[in-house]
Design a binder for this molecule. Structure first.
Ligand code: PLP
Length: 367
């Protein structure tokens, strides 16, 4: 059974729902009477084609993807898309980037290899908020506008859709908020995300792209990352990570069975609310650096104590958490402190246990 499983608060690769793992375990040696597992199966087989078509259908149903958008399952991760986006979309050689954390900063840096990148707001010394849109300097001739929907390291989540002139396609990295809320796909030119947080194992990258943006790739764009090539081949231009696509398909079905994106969004608010509530009621024992308006539902960075005590308290808290089999609560090395990641597969009950431990730890340290 799952008795020995830990409470996994990892920023990714993240927890996968137990029932998905159990089904995969059951089908590992023999997928539906085929006498072999998905890892050993031809990607041209009818069985695998059904798996990837099923995954696409789930994405279309969950996100209500309009018909004029392509759904692709690619390799190379989120970071691959940092290059793939400019390679496919930077036709005239310039793009606007909103840098709100380390992932959008990395994307902007990668895009600079291919053209002129202009930052719509100057890079701040600390990523704790998103400057008001009235202060953004937009280039009317940009090939696209790029931002990150949820900054996984800094816990800064954009709210809504940026207000950009409609002739400029909006590109969003939604790696760490993928399938955790409804998205108005029609407002975007392109959305992408690595699977390894909310929808699967690493190795699969979901891209949803409006079809008029296909066919303009620069000549140096690798074929495997050319959206038009992959779309013409239903993501099977070359051998895909078959097993990972299969797990992703199962997780998408799990999301559908569990109430779809309305439910995932409500749960994410409930779970993150439990932790933010402990932080906010702790009289400063716990603190969140992020502007309330932009607090992430998925990744919650926090500090414990202040000044000289901080290091000691945080080390103790991590050790304490580990005793309760709660893992991966250490913040990213670039920001320090703690970070709790609460993706779709993390349950309310697990989150409540973390909240309880935080309260109990504070009580013990402050009486
Ligand atoms: N974008 C975001 C928001 C991320 O959180 C990450 C990884 O954590 C990446 C991009 C990079 O993804 P990958 O490691 O799949 O290349």
């Amino acid at each position: 059974g799952d008795k020995k499983r830990v409470l996994n608060f990892s920023p990714g690769p993240a927890k996968i729902p137990e029932e998905v793992l159990l089904q995969a375990q059951k089908e590992l040696l023999n997928y539906r009477g085929q006498g072999l597992g998905v890892m050993e199966m031809s990607h041209r087989s009818k069985e695998f084609e059904e798996i990837i078509a099923g995954a696409e259908k789930s994405v279309r149903d969950l996100l209500h993807v309009p018909d004029n958008y392509k759904v692709l399952f690619l390799q190379g991760g989120g970071a691959g898309q940092f290059a793939s986006v400019p390679l496919n979309l930077m036709q005239s050689g310039s793009a606007d980037y909103l840098v709100s954390g380390s992932w959008s900063a990395a994307a902007a840096k990668e895009a600079e290899k291919y053209g002129n990148v202009s930052l719509v707001v100057p890079k701040p010394s600390k990523f704790v908020t998103i400057p008001d849109q009235s202060t953004w300097k937009l280039n009317d001739k940009a090939d696209y506008f790029y931002y990150c929907g949820n900054e996984t390291v800094h816990g800064v989540e954009f709210q809504g859709v940026p207000d950009i002139p409609s002739h400029i396609p909006i590109v969003a990295d939604i790696s760490s908020s993928l399938m955790s809320q409804n998205v108005d796909v029609g407002k975007y030119g392109l959305l992408f995300g690595g699977a390894q947080k909310n929808i699967g194992p690493a190795g699969v990258t979901l891209v949803v792209v409006r079809d008029d943006l296909l066919g303009h790739a620069r000549k140096e764009c690798p074929s495997v990352w050319d959206y038009k090539v992959q779309s013409a081949n239903t993501s099977l231009y070359n051998t895909p990570p078959c097993f990972n696509v299969y797990i992703t398909a199962l997780i998408l079905q799990w999301i559908q069975k569990n109430g779809g994106l309305d439910a995932m969004e409500a749960l994410s608010r409930q779970k993150s609310g439990l932790i933010y509530d402990v932080i906010d009621k702790s009289n400063g024992f716990y603190s969140s650096p992020v502007d309330r308006k932009y607090r992430s539902r998925m990744n919650i960075p926090f500090r414990i104590g202040t000044g000289e005590e901080q290091d000691q308290l945080e080390t103790e808290f991590l050790a304490e958490a580990k005793k309760h089999r709660m893992l991966q609560l250490k913040g990213h090395r670039s920001v320090g402190g703690m970070r709790a990641s609460l993706y779709n597969a993390v349950t309310v009950a697990e989150t409540q246990l973390l909240a309880d431990l935080m309260k109990e730890f504070q009580d013990r340290k402050t009486d």
